[in-house]
Design a protein around this ligand. Sequence first.
Ligand code: ZN
Length: 204
Amino acid sequence: MHVAEGGFDVPLKCSPEEYKHFVEPAMQEAQNSNFPSALDIVENGLNAHPASEGLMFLKAYFGYKIADTMSSELSSFPKVIQPLGNGALMVDGAMTSQLLGKFQEIVGILSEAEESINELLQVNPKSQEVVAFKGYIDSKKNQLGQESENMKATISNTPKIAGGFCVGCRKSISYDTQKVVFRKSSVSQLEAWHLPCFQSKTKN
Ligand SMILES: [Zn+2]
């Protein structure tokens, strides 16, 4: 049996019984893009048949599809950093924390998929298809890791430069939960504002 969808064409070794009870129902869920259910079925199968190579591969494959779906959903996420004009930038702290949490969740799913593919590699060290699939998982994981590192760096460095207090009301700013505006006040200085403070100031 073969998984041809998405360009992967990997021979899956499994017994007729594994095929009938787990692979077939899982593939049916996958055809309806219901990858979490497909993964559940495969994981149940692995509990009963831990050495099934076909189920190991499907576990990695469905994990990858879940991660892929989740990361394309992130593109419809509201923008966490928005330019407000005149060099001012608005950073939505709560949304940023949520987004970082999502990144972490996806990286976790990919790590599990990778574990399964590593097991499969131990029994099939020369399978080019398995090696190639591991490459897909790795690159996706690295890409997400890099994006979230960049975001974390921006979020943790900017407050260090701008300080912990709002220029408008002089009260402290919670960068993890509030909407904050950063603006350059002179060549070297960066100001931080609560969004409402910044808005009421620019109205006057
Ligand atoms: Zn303020």
